[in-house]
Every structure is written in structure tokens, then in C-alpha cells.
Design a protein around this ligand. Sequence first.
Ligand code: PMP
Ligand code: GLN
Length: 380
Amino acid sequence: RRGRLAAHGHNVFAEMSALAERYDAVNLGQGFPDTAGPDSVVEAAVRALRAGHHQYPPVPGLPALRRAIADHQRRRYGLDIDPDRETVVTTGASEALAAALLALTSPGDEVVALEPFYDSYAACATLAGATLVPVRLRAPDFTLDTRDLAAAITGRTRVLLLNTPHNPTGAVLTPGQLHEVAALARAHDLLVISDEVYEHLVFDGVHQPIAALPGMFERTVTLSSAGKSFSFTGWKVGWASGPADLVTTVREVKQHLSFAAGTPFQYAVAEALRLPEEYFTAATDSLRRRRDLMTDGLRALGFDVRPPQGTYFITADITPLGERDGMEFCRALPGRAGVAAIPQQVFYADPDAGRRYVRFAFCKRETVLREALDRLKEGL
Ligand code: PMP
Ligand code: GLN
């Protein structure tokens, strides 16, 4: 088969969700919550529809949403962003990522990314004609040793592609690591694309955007998504923010990808970004309880797991169960136990390195997680 993305044709999320459906399994594979975001935000979308907002929004996004993005970045992180020139709304963070990589790299450039990496990183780097250079997070806690990052930088490196909190491991870069990464970016004059879609899903302390560190705003494009922060993954509203020169190039690409993202949902997300702090605290508290439930439950079943510091994913090492291959394990699991998970080897340049790990999503109701753990106990 030909085509520029032939090597990336297989989609693990689609495969595991299809298996989950076929076997009526509890789907802890693809990361989507089983409860909706706040009613007030749903109502805002309905109001926007009833008000007749059915036509194209401006390419960079509705002004009201761009103001809300800028206010959110100022309120939470002290970042001073011009909504008119320094933000762009996208069709999910997926499009923001694609547009940013296409905009900021040229064919032959190298993009250094933390490994394991979200699957579309490598695909989008390929689309851009760039090469993804992985820097492996160190087991067992998936910590970044910034010496590994320094060693991966060459004369062709153009972009550091960060992701914190990190999918799939749940690792969160510490303030010390962020400072060291920032120092490397400044020393080598690199751009940073910082994927912060899980910015609100941090269990200890608060999220720290690298763009807020000295000398970093002017070289960083930050990505986020309403899918993750407000549990509306199907609305596909994401955004990027950063200095006007970089955001302008991202907008130029984005207009030829989707042109613009769905109007009524943009009205609603503008309201979501103004939800009181209590909303975010309650959401994280609830998720933390479910993280603990899954950590204890999977551990009791014999998996080697550690509590993730952020996101709604938990990584489990299957080798203590006598299993060797996460892909085989995950392909069999829906039929064998009625539960679906994601094999982590698809997030590694060298699949062998991730063969022992599988990822469970715990953004489900507690009763559903308990059911999954009961099923695993029976079926493993
Ligand atoms: N980056 C990471 C790390 C993700 O896990 C995801 C999936 N939500 C995305 C980007 C894409 O986000 P969206 O669903 O808003 O396109
Ligand atoms: N980001 C989500 C995950 O990692 C959804 C991925 C997808 O469906 N493409 O599960």
C-alpha cells in the first residue's frame, strides 16, 4: 500500500473500541469519560444552536472563545496572551498538533519527543516530512532524565514536543525538569510545542506550563483541549496559544486543514473556560479517587502498577502475570475477560520497549471500574 501515512494506517484506539463493542466489554481502552461535562455548558451549546449560530466562525475561532482562552491562561498561569493575535481555536488538540508541526518544521527537521508518545505525534511529524526522535522516559516511574534529552538534540533539531501530564504514562514533569528542558531549548534555540491537554488532570500540586518560564513564551506553542478538561471529547474543540509570529503560521496551516471548528461548541467552551475553580477541583478529586481504586485493584490482581501523577490513564506491567506481549494481551482481553485496554507498544518507536505495558483509562464511573476489576479477577 502506498500513501504518506501507510506506516501509520493502523489505529489502535479504533481496533480496541471495536473489540470492546464486539464482546460487550468494559472499554478502558480509548480515553473518553462515560459521564458528560457540566449541564451549564451543554445548555450553552443548545442556546448557541437555538440562537442560530450555524455558519462558519472566523478562521482563528470565535472572539469570545479566544478571550476566554487568554483569560484562563492569565488567571491560572499568569501568562499574558493577546486573544486577537496569540490564540487559535482548532478541531480538537489533534488539529492543533498537526497544524503546529506542519507550521513550525521543514522537511528534514528533527522533532524530539518523549517516548512513549501519543500516536499522532509520529504520524504528524511524518506528514510534515520531519523525523521524530524519541527520548525514552525511564522505567519504572517513567521519569525524564534531561541528559537523555540533551543527547537527542542535534544540529537538525527544530522542535521539542513535550506532553505533560503525559499520555500514556500519567507522568508529570517536575518544575526542576521543566527548567532544565527550558534551558536546553534556549541554549539550542529550539521551538517547543507543549501538549497540555491534561492540564486540569493533575493530582498533586498545580500544572506548570513551560511557556511561563523565563525566555520561553516567545518560543512555545501550547496546546489544550475542551475534550479533556470538560469531558466533551466528541465536540472536538481544541486550541493553541503562543507568540503572534508562531500562532500566525499555525493559523495559516490550520485554515487549509479544517478552515474552522464547529461554531455552537465554541460558544459553549467559552463558557466552560470560565467555570469556577471549584469545578476543576471537584473533577480532579473525583478522578483521584478512581485512580486510587484502579491502582489498588490492578495491583491486587498481580499487575505491576504505580499511581499516575496526572491524566486518566494508568500503566500496568503485565509481565508479573506471566504475559509477554501487550498487543496479544489486549487483543485477547475483551473476549477473555470482557475488558478492553490499550497496548503501549504502539507508542514506542521500538515496539519491544513497550511490549510489557498496557494502559487502562479510569475516566469511568466507579461502579464501571469495579465491574471491570471484577471481570479481570474472573477472566485473567
Ligand atoms: N494530545 C494528547 C496527549 C492526547 O491524549 C489527545 C487525545 N485526547 C490529543 C492530543 C488530542 O486531543 P483532541 O481529542 O482534543 O483532538
Ligand atoms: N487521546 C485519547 C486516548 O489516548 C483518544 C485517542 C483517540 O481516540 N485517537 O485514548
